[in-house]
Write a protein of this length. Structure first.
Length: 342
């Protein structure tokens, strides 16, 4: 063996040892961060099985864990009756997530290649991948229909905040029964004020599905205004219903939506308040949460909604009655993108 070859082998060995040392250090640091977080009042987290299927031990919450440590960004679960209790982490990482009826949608980073991208991954009840779809931008909203047959997601393809007006979104709907993917709701026929409408500045976001697995509601933005729309997947139409409605979330009984409303005189970077809209009467009710909420709420039942606000580790979850009564209360620290599963 030549001296040069011995030097190359030695150099490679040194690099390998350094890589192992760095990996061990980072892993130990991550575990230390998690232990310190728990000692400081953060949740205890252990690796285990997480399922989206109904369980015999009662309702539970599956969510994106935001606590520091090796399980940050993983889907985790807690009993709905003990939301601040010990967490079970799945090993499956998502940026945005939602689930219903044993089906999940996970918007995640797609690592590899010259530059990381994003993809939407449909998950079965055991969090195994059913299908994957490339995303055209940064994930922001995700929803599964009550029966688990439809999934929708929204990404930013230009800009990265709903607060201003200089952004562009793309919203897709996937029918898991047929495999049909409507890549953009902008391809649907828009009926605005009773007439067909077309414009280059149309954007959609924040889909929420009805129980019939055909009807949906969403936000349509055009001409500097936002509109609540009702969509029909079979007819491929959306119809405007009301102005100044963003990120609607349909109640389990299908009678109301809770949404973000822009309120005059609030700061430009925090312009929203949560409101409930009765779809039959058109009556609006402000909810008791007075902070600006940039989220699409999730209903826990026909009386209560859950949403995220900024927290020490990225986001915390809060709940508030949907009828305007009561007061907001923190539900979970260091958590985002919840799905309430019975």
């Amino acid at each position: 063996m030549t001296p040069q070859r011995r030097i190359l082998i030695l150099a490679a060995f040194v690099v390998l040892l350094a890589a192992v040392a760095v990996h061990s250090f980072l892993r130990a640091s991550s575990r230390a961060d998690e232990k310190n977080h728990a000692r400081a009042g953060g949740p205890q987290i252990t690796r285990g099985a997480v399922s989206l299927a109904p369980a015999g031990d009662g309702p539970r919450i599956v969510f994106r864990n935001m606590a520091w440590g090796p399980h940050r960004d993983e889907l985790a679960t807690v009993p709905a009756a003990a939301p601040e209790g010990a967490r079970t982490a799945s090993g499956v990482s998502c940026l945005r997530f939602h689930a219903a009826a044993g089906t999940g949608i996970c918007l995640r980073v797609d690592k590899g290649g010259v530059q990381d991208g994003y993809r939407a991954v449909v998950l079965d009840a055991g969090l195994k991948q059913v299908s994957a779809h490339a995303l055209a931008g940064v994930p922001t909203r995700a929803r599964v229909s009550p029966g688990g047959h439809l999934a929708a997601w929204t990404v930013f393809v230009g800009g990265d905040s709903y607060a201003g007006t200089d952004f562009s979104t793309r919203t897709s709907v996937l029918d898991l029964r047929t495999g049909r993917l409507d890549a953009s709701l902008e391809d649907f026929t828009i009926l605005k004020d009773g007439r067909p409408y077309r414009s280059a500045d149309v954007n959609f976001w924040g889909v929420t599905f009805a129980a019939d697995e055909r009807t949906f509601y969403a936000t349509l933005a055009t001409g500097g205004r936002t509109h609540l729309v009702r969509g029909d997947l079979a007819a491929r139409t959306v119809t405007t219903l009301r102005e100044n409605v963003e990120c609607p979330s349909l109640s389990p009984d299908g009678t109301r939506v809770v949404f973000k409303k822009r309120v005059p005189d609030l700061p430009a970077e925090a312009p929203w308040r949560l409101y409930a809209l009765d779809l039959a009467s058109g009556a609006e009710t402000p909810l008791a949460e007075e902070r600006s909420v940039d989220d699409q709420v999730v209903w826990t039942d026909d009386r209560t909604v859950v949403y995220s606000l900024p927290g020490d580790f990225g986001a915390d979850l809060y709940s508030v009655p949907a009828d305007g009564s009561g007061a907001p209360a923190r539900l979970m620290a260091s958590a985002l993108a919840p799905a309430l599963l019975g």
